[in-house]
Write a protein that binds this ligand. Structure first.
Ligand code: GUN
Ligand code: ZN
Length: 420
């Protein structure tokens, strides 16, 4: 059965960092899990006279948010105090990830994570699991039960991690391959080859995962790149032959289209040039980069690269892509750039979809796209409501929600054409 949603329906044409534009329509028509049409309410009613109508008034109807880099196993340690990256990993992250040796715990946290993400309007995500294959199973089972389009992989680490959180080059290859063959392309699930980052993988492990990626070239590969200066120094000492951090991936076959690098803050000119040449994607994680004290991502890169937006939960300090847009705005201001609210919204939807190379399926509301939808109340708190009273344009109406909104702004979520 068709569903007709009335409100302020937001969609995008083109890249908002390269001359693209946003548009607003009165109505969205959904059928069989996909967008059938966007346009004037009367025209869409005529297309499907029997459609069930839901009137959202002045609410904004958008493609669901896409969180392009998250660690679902870190759900419970979000907002852990006082550490920078390496100490934060050793003090909080690794002990928590150890608990995922228990499949029942993995299942419980995966469910809790999905429910939190959906409550915040996030309908797709690209997640790291832990080194335990059961954590990948728990994540994909939870996503499939909710009908979500998701991306995830087993995190691989064969050094500089505690006993119990290390695999080997061979077991990382074997486990990743088995999980990939079981899950990749099943329904809305995609497997992502996932070396955590160069400090926790030997060159042999990176090479093994590079070889796996050559066998399955349509998969994504995700990892971390140049997040903190101490981390970069550490990489230099672990890989004395490498030209730079990116080179530790590049020489092992882990740089090409479909590579998705989180953070990518402190890049050299060579790294920038190679990333663009190779067609790689970067993911901006602004609440994490400020919370862990990593640095200020250069949004200027969006002109030459696919750039997505992400919470990086639990390094990030929120499950909300609205809070994440606000942080992206503030970080850009600190670099002297004012991002337009339309660009922030585009990053959280289309931008993340492009970074994950699925922009032909999700991240926008145009005919044929999968109908993952978030309905946002643009006056969800007293502070936001009073700030919108003088708004003369849609974006003046939206910006207070971008800067001050959270899960209270999420009126409804639709997944694959069905209301949650
Ligand atoms: N670098 C390697 N692992 C991690 C992680 O779990 N979170 C963040 N923010 N950075 C990392
Ligand atoms: Zn991360």
């Amino acid at each position: 059965m068709a569903n007709l949603l009335l409100g302020q329906v937001l969609s995008f044409e083109g890249d908002l960092f390269a001359g693209g534009s946003a548009r607003v329509d009165e109505a969205l028509l959904i059928e069989d899990g996909r967008v059938l049409a966007v346009g004037p309410a009367a025209r869409l009613r005529a297309l499907r006279p029997g459609a069930r109508v839901t009137d959202y008034g002045r609410d904004l109807i958008s493609a669901g948010f896409i969180d392009a880099h998250v660690h679902f196993p870190q759900t419970a340690i979000i907002a852990s105090w006082g550490k920078r990256l390496i100490d934060w990993l050793n003090s909080y992250t690794f002990p928590e990830e150890m608990r995922f040796a228990d499949p029942a715990y993995a299942e419980e946290v995966a469910g809790r994570y999905f429910d939190l993400a959906l409550a915040h309007g996030t309908t797709s995500m690209c997640s790291y699991a832990t080194i335990h294959p059961a954590s990948v199973e728990a994540f994909f089972d939870g996503a499939a039960a909710r009908g979500l389009r998701v991306f995830a992989g087993k995190t691989c680490m064969d050094r500089n991690a505690p006993e119990g959180l290390r695999d080997t080059a061979q077991s990382a290859y074997d486990d990743s391959k088995r999980l990939l063959e079981k899950w990749h392309g099943v329904g809305r699930l995609s497997y992502v080859i996932t070396p955590r980052f160069s400090p926790t993988s030997t060159p042999e492990q990176l090479a093994a995962l590079g070889a796996l990626w050559r066998e399955y070239p349509d998969c994504l590969m995700q990892t971390h790149l140049s997040e903190q200066t101490d981390e970069i120094e550490w990489v230099r000492s672990l890989f004395p032959q490498a030209r730079d951090y990116l080179d530790t991936y590049e020489t092992q076959g882990l740089l090409r289209e479909g590579a998705v690098y989180g953070h990518a803050i402190h890049l050299t000119p060579r790294e920038r040039a190679r990333l663009a040449e190779a067609g790689a994607s970067l993911v901006h994680c602004p609440t994490s980069n400020t919370f862990i004290g990593s640095g200020l991502f250069d949004m200027g890169l969006a002109g030459s690269l696919r750039v997505g937006l992400a919470t990086d939960t639990g390094g990030g300090s929120s499950f909300s892509m609205l809070r994440t847009m606000a942080a992206a705005y503030e970080v850009a201001q600190l670099r002297g750039q004012a991002l337009h609210p339309s660009q922030l919204w585009w990053l959280a939807t289309c931008g993340s979809a492009r970074a994950l190379r699925c922009e032909d399926r999700i991240g926008n509301l145009s005919p044929g796209m999968e109908a993952d939808v978030v309905v946002v109340n643009l006056a969800s708190t007293g502070a936001i409501e009073q700030a919108t009273r003088r708004a003369e344009s849609l974006w003046e109406q939206v910006f207070p929600t971008v800067m001050m909104g959270d899960d209270r702004a999420i009126r409804a979520v639709w997944v694959a054409g069905r209301p949650r």
